[in-house]
Design a protein around this ligand. Structure first.
Ligand code: PEP
Ligand code: MN
Length: 344
């Protein structure tokens, strides 16, 4: 970090900053300008840098403290030679590999899940989705089938060969989900549930980390760092819309945020136009925009009968609409030189 002293800072103030750095084992380098003195602090005390910077900012004669390194390391582009490829059940995301994850918002029963899986595969989605544990705004709304839902997802995988991704909400669910799912989703509402992030960081399955709808790109990347720091570098980020003043769409799809995050991290980033817009009519245009803007894949909700869905029907594509979207996705991938995964 660089400590920028205020113009006219006294020598004893500079000396005091140096002594505080010395206490913490930091080396320093002083550069004296006409107006100001800058102190470059060099130390390897990962973890305490931010706290120390905040302390130094309070000292007399200090104008500001400027960090040099990013607060995330393992997920940062600085720490990777090239973009990472992360696989969900063998399906690659990243470095020009794109894939579509599709399926219903929630697993509702065996028939619905199976129909959805068959339709997803027929359309060309390579990964299946479905929530067994659902984060619902109302405690009286359908909460998901829990472990029974996991079994239905496994049966749908068995029938179609599609790997599946499903959400966990609580550290107590990690073991059961890790044992059966091909990928673990951490939803927007849990992006800053740090205990959960650490727990999925210890899991042996890839993690799709959705952006919290009130989280900045920096907070999202730091959340991914939690998973990586706990040992799991198989993380796919997912932009799913943020809350703004706009009410025309369910959330505001932050494609610029997705592109900005891509400049910072080597991890693949996919986009979820279903939750972002809340309206199935807006899903195809936003899905295509996301791919054109650099997304490494899509998550699209599809229900065999959206008019009977227990959650998120308005944003769910019918199987027929998914077929239509996938035709456009294939054309776009050709034009962009992207390799679209096909179901096995
Ligand atoms: C979901 O994928 O069904 C979901 C609840 O998403 P989000 O966490 O983005 O709201
Ligand atoms: Mn949903």
């Amino acid at each position: 970090m660089i400590i920028v002293m205020a113009p006219g800072a006294k020598q004893e103030e500079i000396d005091y900053v140096l002594s505080r750095l010395g206490e913490r084992g930091y080396q320093h380098h002083i550069s004296r300008g006409v107006e100001r003195t800058l102190i470059g602090a060099i130390g390897a005390h990962e973890g305490e840098k931010e706290a120390l910077a905040e302390q130094l900012m309070l000292l007399p004669g200090v104008d500001r403290v400027v960090p040099i390194l990013r607060p995330y390391k393992l997920v940062s582009q600085e720490h990777a030679v090239e973009p990472s490829v992360v696989r969900i059940g063998g399906v690659p995301f990243g470095r020009k590999h794109v894939a579509v994850i599709s399926g219903p918002c929630a697993v509702e029963n065996e028939k619905q899940m199976l129909e959805a899986a068959v339709a997803a595969k027929r359309a060309g989605a390579a990964v299946l989705r479905g929530g067994a544990y659902k984060p619902r705004t109302s405690p009286y709304a359908f909460q998901g089938l829990g472990e029974a839902g996991l079994e239905m997802l496994a049966a749908a995988r068995e029938a179609t060969g599609l790997p599946f991704l499903t959400e966990i909400m609580d550290v107590r669910q990690v073991e059961a989900v890790e044992a059966v799912a091909d990928g673990i989703q951490v939803g927007a509402r849990n992006m800053q549930n740090y205990d959960l992030l650490r727990e999925v960081g210890a899991a042996k399955k890839p993690v799709v980390l959705k952006r919290g709808f009130a989280a900045t790109v920096q907070e999202w990347l730091r959340a991914a760092e939690y998973v990586a720091a706990a040992g799991n570098l198989d993380v796919i980020l997912c932009e799913r819309g943020i809350r703004t003043f706009e009410t025309e769409t369910r959330f505001t799809f932050d494609l610029a945020g997705m592109a900005a995050a891509k400049l910072e991290t080597h991890l693949p980033i996919i986009a979820d136009p279903s939750h972002a817009t809340g309206n199935h009519k807006l899903v195809p245009p936003m899905a295509l925009a996301a791919l054109a803007g650099g997304a490494d894949g899509l998550m699209v909700e599809m229900h065999p009968h959206p008019d009977r869905a227990l959650s998120d029907g308005p944003q769910s594509l019918t199987p027929k609409r998914l077929l239509g979207l996938m035709d456009q996705v294939r054309n776009l991938c050709l034009a962009l030189g992207l390799e679209l995964a096909v179901p096995e």
